[in-house]
Write a protein that binds this ligand. Structure first.
Ligand code: AMP
Length: 424
């Protein structure tokens, strides 16, 4: 199957071939004809499967004849959960539209809203936006009455981030006749509920088994004490000569702490999390892409949308609090069919938490230890100890309760109250 066979027009073909895309990926093969035939779509596709081109190419093709005057209203909107992912989609679309006369705009928070309004005034065909900023623009008068294509990308993530109200609000304002394309890495109940609200007779595309991780990724977990994790991480990177690694932590604080530790080992590190400004995140990401940074430490939300070519290693320094995020994290490696390796470092608690992830992906992750970093068998889980104590407490014989008797000014043993029944 080729891009020509999918009916893709010449200017788009030239652009994708220039990018080195030889054949369409599975999601592209299935989604492109459906989008061109105006069908609503509900696709479960993981990051790295080529889903951006799966919706962007047919959208560009459909909009090829829109007049380019300044008074035109926007024709398509693509909602994405984060600024980084929006920027990535925007970049991809600009690359695909290189030989076409299509104007795009990116509307994300953290940027001056007035300058975004000025861009819109010049006439724009496709908008890529985060839900919050797009609703802000709508409240300030952005007209959505000409939108014929509505894309909700990484829907599961947007719902986790609490954007359900905004998505439905935007959807309600769209003209009756429009096409909605919903993409989600996972198939949660929340996503299914949203799909029922915003899709009309959708075609279903399932490119991988529910919540499975990309097949070409080799997944392994090392058991290690929490106090030795940073040391082990530095050891793995150094001894295995990893050229570049993306490391995930659960919180901003542990991301910062880890970076300090790794720097002591002489590793060039960068950190991306919610407290960093947009400009700072982009700078760090670019330094990582250029190879100036060897270890990029990121939290889950900030990592969304990072598109780094040929990233071979992803390390879960801490497991995510939501099992679905594991799928997103490891989706950063093994992109577009390339080999990748995802390593998780498990402390005594995470050894149990990983079971939820294994249940979700339907796969048992191999566990191992690294010589010199074996967990100390004397370290026990605090929660197990606490539970034991509680049970012991429960087992204690009931002490007889003594009550104060007002009449005798004495304490007396309480008599068990007789249960009353209806007959009493
Ligand atoms: P996505 O899932 O859209 O984030 O795409 C993942 C990566 O695969 C991006 O770097 C794309 O540029 C790349 N890609 C998308 N489609 C193809 C294709 N047909 N052939 C090769 N690479 C592709």
């Amino acid at each position: 199957m080729s891009f020509e066979k999918l009916g893709i027009i010449k200017p788009l073909l030239d652009a994708v071939y220039e990018l080195g895309y030889e054949h369409p990926t599975v999601i592209q093969k299935r989604a492109i004809p459906l989008v061109l035939s105006k069908s609503d779509i509900f696709a479960t596709a993981q990051t790295g499967t080529g889903k951006t081109a799966a919706f962007a190419l047919p959208i560009l093709q459909k909009l090829r004849n829109t007049p380019s005057d300044a008074n035109r209203l926007i024709s398509a909107v693509i909602l994405s959960p984060t600024r980084e992912l929006s920027i990535q989609i925007h970049e991809d679309i600009q690359n695909y539209a290189k030989y076409m006369d299509i104007d795009t705009a990116i509307l994300v928070g953290g940027k001056d809203i007035e300058s975004q309004q000025r861009t819109l005034k010049k006439g724009v065909d496709i908008v890529i936006a985060t839900p919050g900023r797009f609703t802000e623009h709508m409240e300030k008068g952005l007209k959505v009455s000409n939108i014929s294509i509505f894309v909700v990308d990484e829907a599961d993530r947007m719902l986790d981030m609490g954007f359900s109200k905004e998505i439905r609000k935007i959807h309600l304002q769209l003209p009756k006749k429009h096409q909605t394309l919903l993409f989600s890495a996972t198939y949660s109940d929340k996503v299914r509920k949203l799909s029922k609200q915003i899709l009309t007779k959708p075609a279903f595309i399932e490119t991988a088994k529910k919540n499975t991780t990309v097949e070409s990724i080799n997944q392994i977990a090392y058991l290690v004490d929490a106090s030795k994790k940073a040391q082990l991480l530095a050891y793995l990177i150094g001894s295995r000569n990893y050229p570049q690694v993306l490391v995930f932590t659960r919180t901003k604080a542990s991301a910062d702490e880890l970076v300090e530790e790794l720097k002591k080992d002489g590793l060039k590190c960068g950190v991306i999390h919610g407290d960093k400004t947009q400009a700072n995140r982009l700078k760090t990401l670019n330094q990582f892409k250029d190879g100036k940074i060897r270890v990029l430490v990121a939290t889950d939300i900030a990592s969304r949308g990072l598109d780094i070519e040929e990233l071979p290693y992803v390390i879960n320094y801490e497991l995510p609090s939501i099992p679905e995020d594991y799928v997103h994290r490891v989706g950063r490696t093994g992109r577009a069919g390339r080999e990748g390796e995802a390593i998780s470092l498990l402390d005594i608690y995470e050894k149990y938490e990983i079971k939820d992830i294994e249940k979700l992906i339907g796969l048992k992750i191999q566990k191992d230890v690294v010589e010199g970093f074996e967990p100390d068998p004397n370290i026990r889980r605090k929660d197990v100890e606490e539970r034991k104590l509680k049970n012991e407490h429960k087992k204690e014989p009931n002490k007889k309760v003594r009550q104060y008797n007002k009449n005798t000014s004495n304490f007396t043993k309480s008599k068990k109250k007789r249960k009353t029944t209806k007959r009493d």
